[in-house]
Design a protein around this ligand. Structure first.
Ligand code: SF4
Ligand code: SF4
Length: 463
């Protein structure tokens, strides 16, 4: 590709401040191959996860409307919300730690925006419209039959993929069963769901067909945080300026006035960049660490018989001190310890989470009642939540053999993921009441087996 052509593809804004459409080249080499494998594994997981069931529950569900979350088949209800918050905080600290150590590796390797744009939508574009020069020529050409066919087929495929993504997105939010109902039942029954699917389809289409790299450059808050998260020891995609400079073209039969560095100033690293930047100008907010420039430069280095990795994963300190491996800094160690503690605490709460949640309270505004045979009773209400995917039979029994329960409204069978309120009297012999407020204990039984012990207060007349 000619130098003028390559330079044309640089930068996202023209001299008048208008957006300049990017036509990045694709160069397949070591990192691109690994990124493709990671991308397709993640895409497979993304599309399959809502359809995987564990113990009758969807593998992953983020139902913010009903405040119900399922992670790896474990249901988290509003009562468990603190665990979700704890996990989110752990994730946040993890991202901070990860970014401080490995820069924006998440953006280049894991972020759905990059994966969909570079590994799905861009590939389709290259397949239909060709290499950058052909794509640019097509964009600037009048509407011929060839252009109409190419553009229409590309955008139809884009809409179909966006529709597929929108459905998957909704499967994570409302669940696969609800999504299936929207698809199979009359539209009038699911008007909101139906409109949502098409709104999300339009949003995904707009992002991947038009907004593209501006999401990373302008909209993404994570990208904005790089300035505070990165330091001199963070491993990022970087140009080894000590090796590369002074850059200059290799000219046959010409002696350069000064010895040149390894950069042959071919601009290929700029031509492949999906955010239109020149990595030789240093670490920039726009760099999503996609590794495309590493692959492109390595191919150039191979051609000119110079060592690979003029552009590679380096920290500022590694380049400056000509070191091969990054250093583990005090900041990284501190983040590491914090995150280990947070993972430990989250794991503890997840493992001790129960399938049945019971809370018992004395009925508000009631005192004690005197009962026949010298018993005193208190009225209680209990809320029982069945977080499991199967129906359960719940019962209460007093811990003490001398106490009795009289049901006002018993629980029969509690449906999966259902909540029930029950009311009962607890009867205690008057002879046992020594204080106005006595502590009493109840057993909670699930299908006949004791699963919990509840302590509550009992009011009564002092003897
Ligand atoms: S691809 Fe490598 S050699 Fe070419 S301009 Fe970029 S850094 Fe220099
Ligand atoms: S500078 Fe390199 S790693 Fe960064 S976005 Fe551009 S091509 Fe990707």
């Amino acid at each position: 590709m000619a130098e003028e052509e390559i330079k044309y593809y640089h930068q996202t804004v023209d001299q008048n401040g208008k957006r300049k459409w990017l036509y990045p080249l694709i160069r397949i080499d070591f990192w691109y191959k690994y990124r493709s494998v990671v991308a397709y594994v993640l895409l497979g997981f993304l599309f399959a996860a809502p359809y995987i069931k564990i113990n009758g529950h969807q593998f992953l569900l983020f139902n913010i409307i009903e405040r119900k979350f399922i992670l790896f088949g474990q249901v988290f209800w509003p009562q468990d919300f603190f665990i979700i918050v704890l996990m989110m905080l752990t994730g946040l600290v993890g991202i901070v730690l990860f970014t401080s150590a490995f820069g924006r590796i998440f953006c280049g390797w894991v972020c759905p925006q990059t994966i969909f744009l570079e590994m799905v939508f861009r590939r389709i574009e290259v397949w239909i419209e060709g290499e950058p020069a052909a794509r640019k020529k097509l964009d600037n050409s009048p509407w011929t039959q060839d252009k109409i066919i190419k553009k229409t087929s590309k955008h139809i495929i884009y809409v179909l993929i966006s529709f597929f993504i929108a459905n998957t997105f909704l499967a994570y939010v409302i669940g696969t069963e609800e999504l299936w109902k929207i698809m199979t039942e009359p539209i009038t029954l699911h008007l909101v769901g139906f409109i949502s699917i098409w709104l999300f389809t339009a949003a995904f289409y707009y992002v991947f067909a038009h907004v593209r790299e501006l999401v990373c450059i302008v909209a993404c808050p994570y990208g904005r945080l790089q300035g505070v998260l990165l330091d001199k020891n963070s491993l990022v995609v970087a140009y080894h300026y000590l090796r590369g400079e002074p850059r200059g073209r290799i000219k046959k039969n010409e002696v350069n006035p000064q010895p040149l560095g390894d950069c042959v100033d071919c601009n290929l690293c700029v031509a492949v960049c999906p955010t239109g930047i020149d990595i030789r100008e240093g670490t920039q907010l726009e760099c999503v660490n996609c590794t495309a420039c590493i692959d492109a430069c390595n191919q150039v280095m191979d051609k000119v018989n110079r060592p690979r990795n003029l552009i590679g994963y380096y920290s500022e300190e590694m380049i400056k001190n000509d070191e091969r491996a990054p250093k583990l800094t005090l900041r990284m160690k501190a983040y590491g310890i914090i995150i280990l503690i947070m993972i430990g605490v989250s794991t503890y709460f997840i493992l001790s989470k129960k399938d049945i949640d019971v809370s018992v309270l004395r009925a508000a505004g009631t005192m004690y009642q005197e009962q026949p045979n010298n018993f005193v009773s208190n009225l209680y209400t209990a809320e029982v939540v069945n977080k499991s995917a199967k129906p359960v039979k719940i019962d209460f029994a007093p811990e003490s053999k001398t106490h009795k329960i009289q049901w006002v409204q018993p629980i029969d069978s509690l449906a999966p993921e259902a909540t029930a309120k029950v009311t009962f009297f607890l009867l205690v012999p008057q002879s046992e009441i020594k204080k106005t407020k006595t502590s009493v204990a109840l057993q909670v039984l699930q299908d006949g087996a004791v699963i919990d012990h509840i302590e509550t207060n009992f009011l009564g007349p002092v003897n």
